[in-house]
Design a protein around this ligand. Structure first.
Ligand code: GLA
Length: 400
């Protein structure tokens, strides 16, 4: 059977051949992700536990002689740029992710050569499954493959994160780019966002991860996201006045916050409560996962959701409904919103034999409770970004 990744790569190649009339020279692809736990803590130097999933963005590419970057989606949108003069556009277009990655690779020594690229993807956009990181990583791997460059994986992830800050205007943490680069099939990735040390933790056999998409997309997501970051910064400054130098909220223990939280403005205090408690939950969750204790893991997922809803205020009515529906269903260990929030998806960890029943239940209940339709599916874990030279079948045939 053809894998998800092969089929998306084939779409990118077909789009390339159709648009440019020739085969591409390279193909690259990178996955979206779910975050099992550790939400809104990556930019506080915390710990996160995401997994790369079988939703992929692929890019087919070839060099050009005219110094132009011609970028095309499989939906037919197109943008053309001078490779030697790439700047943030202020337009907030999908091309920002690619031009941002190209500009930063050029600043790192990549020749400012032209390239033709087509993009194909089945990572839903704006759903909290890291469609932007998948696009950045696929672009980074396509450019480096085209130019014969080797960039260490952690550096590639950091470069893509910078592209998102500087070209897309989202002050994201490192989680999405890191797992899209270094995820491994069959594993969740426990990442220390301060040191970038990581451990691949095997996912449990016999349990499914359901992605339950509310269908809600929040236009205000970026400004709210950046505001949460600022609120954490404010909490850090105020706590440092009492506790002495702190590099990040990671350095505040639950006991210290309990002792000094009263001096913070209420909103800032709740943001800090979430961050400090969530980092502690990740450590506990990783131990539960290693021990195969899914009941404990699931409980921590519910706690995480509650904290995101009540203290961090990044959930929404539809996400809460989905978590409730999951909690009422048979065979569910736990459920929580995943990603930045303000809409997007819930992930649900369920005993495999009950997965179908949960999907049915959500499809019945969610429209009844919200008037909206959810899209629910089991996702599989996948490997991180890859690239390779592209050979047509003709390359392998020898003429007598
Ligand atoms: C987005 C960001 C990540 C992370 C999550 C929330 O996905 O890109 O860096 O902050 O939100 O956990």
């Amino acid at each position: 059977m053809i894998s998800n990744r092969e089929s998306i790569e084939a779409q990118a190649v077909a789009a390339f051949t159709k648009r440019f009339g020739t085969a591409p020279a390279v193909v690259a692809s990178a996955p979206g992700r779910v975050n099992l736990i550790g939400e809104h803590v990556d930019y506080n130097d915390g710990l996160v536990l995401p997994a790369a999933i079988d939703r992929t963005t692929a890019i087919a590419a070839a060099p050009r002689d005219d110094g132009r970057l011609v970028l095309v989606t499989d939906g037919g949108q197109e943008g053309t740029f001078a490779a030697g003069r790439l700047h943030p556009s202020q337009r907030r277009a999908w091309t920002d992710y690619l031009t941002g990655v190209a500009a930063l690779l050029i600043a790192r020594g990549m020749p400012p050569r032209g390239a033709s690229m087509t993009v194909a993807s089945n990572v839903p956009r704006g759903a909290g499954l890291s469609s932007s990181a998948a696009l950045e990583l696929a672009a980074a791997f396509a450019f480096t493959e085209l130019n014969g460059m080797t960039v260490p994986p952690a550096e590639t992830a950091l470069l893509c994160q910078r592209a998102e800050h500087e070209f897309a205007g989202v002050k994201c943490g490192i989680m999405d780019q890191f797992v899209s680069c270094l995820g491994r099939r069959g594993h969740a990735l426990l990442l220390d966002c301060r040191t970038l040390a990581y451990e691949q933790v095997p996912l449990p056999a016999g349990a499914d991860l359901l992605v339950c998409d509310t269908g809600v997309r929040r236009a205000l997501g970026t400004s709210e996201y950046n505001r949460r970051r600022e609120e954490c910064g404010e909490g850090l400054r105020l706590l440092a006045d009492r506790l002495g130098t702190l590099a990040a909220l990671r350095d505040v223990s639950p006991a210290q916050l309990a002792a000094h939280g009263g001096s913070l403005p209420p909103v800032v205090r709740r943001r800090c409560e979430h961050v400090v408690s969530e980092i502690a939950r990740v450590t506990l969750s990783a131990s539960a996962l290693r021990a195969g204790n899914l009941a404990e893991f699931g409980k921590l997922m519910y706690d995480s959701h509650l904290s995101l809803r009540r203290d961090y205020e990044v959930s929404c009515a539809e996400l809460d409904q989905l978590v409730d529906i999951c909690a009422e269903a048979e065979g569910v260990y736990g459920a929580r919103m995943t990603g930045a929030g303000f809409g997007g998806c819930v992930i649900c960890l369920v005993r495999r034999e009950h997965a179908e029943g949960v999907i049915r239940r959500i499809n019945d209940e969610y429209p009844a409770r919200t008037g909206k339709k959810a899209s629910v599916y089991a996702c599989a874990s996948d490997d991180g970004a890859q690239s390779r030279p592209f050979h047509t079948h003709d390359d392998h045939t020898t003429t007598p």
